[in-house]
Design a protein around this ligand. Structure first.
Ligand code: RUB
Length: 317
């Protein structure tokens, strides 16, 4: 392999993440570790140094796709830290084992989180949804498995309409769905017992970075006293925010917002398309993780416990 090249699976996965064929923080992390695994398995490196530089190059390519979901660097770091050994074979085996172990952790964390989130839901409750989150869906699936009947109001979530994915997944769980445009959320909050959203990153002060529109929804939900619940496995906790770093908000192409022909006709206006926003902790009632549910202001204690002095990851033990 040419020294600037990555395995085709890595290149394809990176492309799919950037184009949002693979999307959602947990799914992105899962796919990234599969790509690293493919890179490791196919490596023809002759020396341990060559292997390590290949795998780091692959991780860098994956990291350079989307900047906001911390699950991506967290997943890559998990695999890289476990890639160790004196020989190419030992390095390969440890990288593959690390990637597989990460995905096992991801799956079991999501199942545990789902069981905790489901406890918040009573039989007959209606939930309002924004975007599409596998962590949120784990809560609803667990509630359905407990035999609870749940109603759903789903915001379409412009510009990419991930609400349609949520609507289909809820339909498949036999949850009756009402799909609404984003601007109708205020009106429909009166019919909702909870708002459930996922997270791309959770910062040390308990702020939640999630799909654009989450903050506006949270503020309106607070005004109506509708509890705002964030379902986020600990892989969404951003260790760098413990030492003061901020989360970069991805700005996406303007053509997701406005069609090309219309854009040309309108001419010299500015179109902006931030993919995420930051909801301050005062608008959030609970962050549900696989380690239990937390008031957002106390998430820093969980982060300190998990990451310790060196900002180590919880899945690093
Ligand atoms: C997806 C999004 C989701 C989180 C959590 O944004 O904001 O709420 O990623 O998802 P996009 P999950 O569609 O731009 O990737 O719970 O599946 O990790």
């Amino acid at each position: 392999m040419d020294e600037r090249e990555v395995h085709p699976s890595v290149a394809e996965t990176a492309e799919d993440i950037a184009e949002m064929e693979i999307r959602g923080a947990a799914t992105i992390a899962d796919a990234a570790t599969r790509a690293l695994e493919a890179q490791a398995a196919a490596s023809e490196a002759q020396t341990p140094e060559a292997f390590e530089s290949e795998i780091r190059r692959a991780a860098r390519r994956l990291l350079d796709t989307r900047p906001t979901a911390v699950s991506l660097p967290n997943s890559l770091r998990y695999v890289l830290r476990r890639t160790e050994g004196e020989t190419v074979d030992a390095l390969r085996e440890s990288a593959i084992a690390g990637a597989q172990e990460f995905r096992d952790c991801l799956d079991s964390a999501q199942a545990d989180l789902g069981a905790i989130g489901a406890n918040r839901l009573r039989d007959g409750d209606t939930v309002l949804f924004h975007c599409n989150s596998t962590d949120v869906m784990a809560c609803i699936r667990a509630a359905r498995e407990q035999g609870k009947s749940i109603g759903a109001i789903v915001k379409e979530t412009r510009p990419r309409r991930q609400g349609h994915i949520t609507a289909k997944q809820l339909r498949d769980l036999d949850v009756p769905v009402t799909l609404i445009v984003d601007g109708a959320a205020g009106r429909y909050l009166d019919d909702a017992d909870h708002v459930f959203v996922g997270a791309d990153s959770v910062t040390a002060d308990g702020s939640v970075v999630n799909k654009i529109g989450t903050r506006q929804l949270a503020v309106t939900a607070r005004e109506r006293d509708t509890p705002m619940v964030v379902a986020a496995q600990t892989v969404k906790l951003d260790p760098t925010t413990l030492t003061g770093q901020t989360v970069e908000i991805e700005m996406r192409d303007e053509h997701e917002v406005i069609e090309r022909a219309e854009r040309e006709e309108i001419g010299t206006i500015t179109v902006e398309n931030p993919a995420f926003d930051v909801t301050p902790p005062r608008y959030i009632d609970a962050i549900v993780t696989e380690r239990g549910q937390f008031p957002p202001e106390s998430i820093v204690f969980l982060m300190r416990e998990l990451f310790g002095e060196q900002a180590r990851q919880p899945w690093e033990e």
